[in-house]
Design a protein around this ligand. Structure first.
Ligand SMILES: [Ca+2]
Length: 232
């Protein structure tokens, strides 16, 4: 009987450890469009198109902007066609088991610092749209002086995996296109994901950002530099 209970104990421990591993995994990125309730649970269809950006911020890096004593960094996103919805999410540190696919961007700093698997930050993200930019050439030439309109922001999302601290401090948001409002409609144009850490601490370590859409985005681009939007 003692042996049996020991056996059961080991099995339970194994199951628990598998469970906690699962908890660190990033789930597929599901859309609001077509969301259903099945047996009281929300069921989302994964976005048709998901582009990932793998980046790394070195401690003390020069931010793109300082606002309200917070250091902001930007990822520029060229959206080539109108979409009914966009999803944006960010996880830090970047998932160690992540596989890149065609169209994903792996920043040099990410590759250079791959051995640093410890650093991470409590993510905070925003999505902004540039006014009056209608081509990728114009995005590169005029994006630096564009007027940006904020669409939405998110600090912590319960849908995202826990950070190494055990806290659910990663970020996720979905934006529905407001067709009647040019400032908030998801049309072809230049967007930027602003990120910082909203509570205490510095932005440092690896991260992965994803942009998801329920329609194909042929030629979507992401870069931390406007001038590289066409090249990456
Ligand atoms: Ca957060």
């Amino acid at each position: 009987m003692k042996k049996l209970s020991k056996c059961i104990g080991i099995v339970v421990c194994l199951l628990l450890s598998v469970n906690s591993l699962e908890a660190q995994k990033l789930k597929s990125f599901g859309a609001d469009t077509g969301k259903k309730k099945v047996m009281g649970k929300e069921v989302r269809v994964p976005y048709t198109d998901v582009v990932s950006y793998y980046g790394f911020i070195k401690p003390g890096s020069e931010p793109d902007e300082v606002k309200d004593n917070k250091k902001y960094y930007y990822l520029y996103v060229w959206i080539p066609v109108a979409a009914p919805e966009l999803g944006v999410r960010m996880v830090s540190p970047a998932p160690s088991n992540a596989k890149t696919k065609d169209g994903d961007v792996v920043a040099e700093e990410y590759t250079e610092n791959k051995s640093d698997t410890k650093s991470y930050f409590d993510t905070w993200i925003s999505l902004e749209k540039a006014e009056g930019i209608t081509s990728i050439d114009q995005a590169v030439s005029d994006g630096g002086s564009a007027t940006w309109n904020k669409i939405k922001h998110n600090d912590d999302s319960s849908e995202m995996p826990k950070q190494p601290s055990g806290k659910k401090y990663n970020s996720l948001m979905r934006v529905k296109s407001e067709v009647s409002n040019p400032l908030k409609s998801i049309t072809m144009g230049l967007y930027r994901i602003g990120f910082t850490t909203y509570k205490k601490g510095e932005v440092e370590g690896s991260f992965m950002a994803q942009v998801g859409s329920p329609v194909k985005l042929p030629g979507v681009k992401i870069s931390n530099k406007l001038e590289n939007l066409k090249g990456e």
